[in-house]
Write a protein that binds this ligand. Structure first.
Ligand code: NAP
Length: 258
């Protein structure tokens, strides 16, 4: 599946965090296939190397930037390098995230809580803080922040993860309000269960584990990272020009009946 025939990002610059794996990698590839120059950002050097190779194989253009998205200075440095290399910033997909080990509120350790909030939520604030001025400098842009089905419904033993993802949704809406009249659109994206390394860790990678989680999906399958990538490109494209402050659910009806 490719999104290249539908969306045209020629001459545009996209910045994707968590681009070394899963949803972020698929989205970086989709932006590149659609003609964008793509800054790929991740904490994993190995993941970045593989994503860069896949973009090169498509004939696309990328810049690999190792950064920890919980660190303001590292995000700013990655964005500065992006603009130095490609001249501008048009689209950002703030997507890097981690899972939380299952634990009740009583058993959730302070360390687990701090970690999941820092990687999943604080990072989105820091990214937008440094991205918005760069987008304002070239007349606007579009930001998509990765929330989750866990940003739509409460999930037992996932209080930290759910809090982080509900927070991403709200932060996206507030940013959308603050910059709607200055040409910057901000949306949250709430994927259902998507077949990535994160989900493989969650299911233990076994057929039984996969079957158990697929039971939560009314469509009877997991989503593909490419299906989420296509949604990100839509939200960042001219086709999404009137959509801002929205939390778009792409989840095979996982949360529809709740
Ligand atoms: P993934 O395959 O684990 O990819 C996440 C990437 O982010 C990895 O390359 C990871 O590197 C990187 N990363 C982790 N911490 C980072 C940090 N501090 N700074 C920079 N990069 C960091 O996960 P995914 O499934 O694609 O998930 C992507 C996003 O979608 C996450 O925000 C997740 O919460 C959300 N989401 C996923 C699903 C799903 O079903 N898969 C559903 C809803 C929402 P390492 O591998 O080295 O840690």
């Amino acid at each position: 599946m490719t999104t290249a025939p539908v969306f045209n990002f020629s001459g545009k610059v996209a910045f994707v965090t968590g681009a070394g794996s899963g949803i972020g990698r698929a989205t970086a590839l989709a932006f590149a296939a659609a003609g964008a120059s793509v800054a790929i950002v991740d904490i994993s050097d190995r993941g970045l190397t593989e994503t860069a190779a896949q973009i090169a194989a498509l004939g696309g253009t990328s810049l690999s930037l190792r950064a920890d998205v919980t660190k303001s200075a590292e995000i700013k440095a990655a964005l500065d390098q992006t603009v130095a290399a490609f001249g501008r910033l048009d689209a950002a997909f703030n997507n890097a995230g981690i899972e939380q080990p299952g634990a009740s509120i009583v058993d959730l350790t302070e360390e687990m809580l701090d970690r999941v909030l820092a990687v999943n939520l604080k990072s989105v604030f820091l990214c937008m803080k440094h991205q918005i001025p760069l987008m304002l400098a070239n007349g606007g842009g579009a930001i998509v922040n990765t929330s989750s089905g866990a940003g739509v419904i409460a999930i037992r033993n996932q209080s930290g993860y759910c809090a982080s993802k509900f927070g991403v949704t709200v932060a996206s809406k507030v940013a959308a309000l603050e910059y709607a009249d200055q040409g910057i659109r901000v949306n949250a994206l709430c994927p259902g269960i998507i077949d990535t390394p994160m989900i493989a860790r969650y299911t233990g990678g076994t057929e039984e584990g996969r079957a158990r989680i697929i039971e939560q999906e009314p469509v009877g399958r997991m989503g593909k990272p490419e299906e989420i990538a296509a949604t990100v490109l839509f939200l960042c494209s001219e086709s999404g020009a009137f959509i801002t402050g929205h939390a778009l659910v792409a989840d095979g009806a996982q949360t529809a009946g709740i």
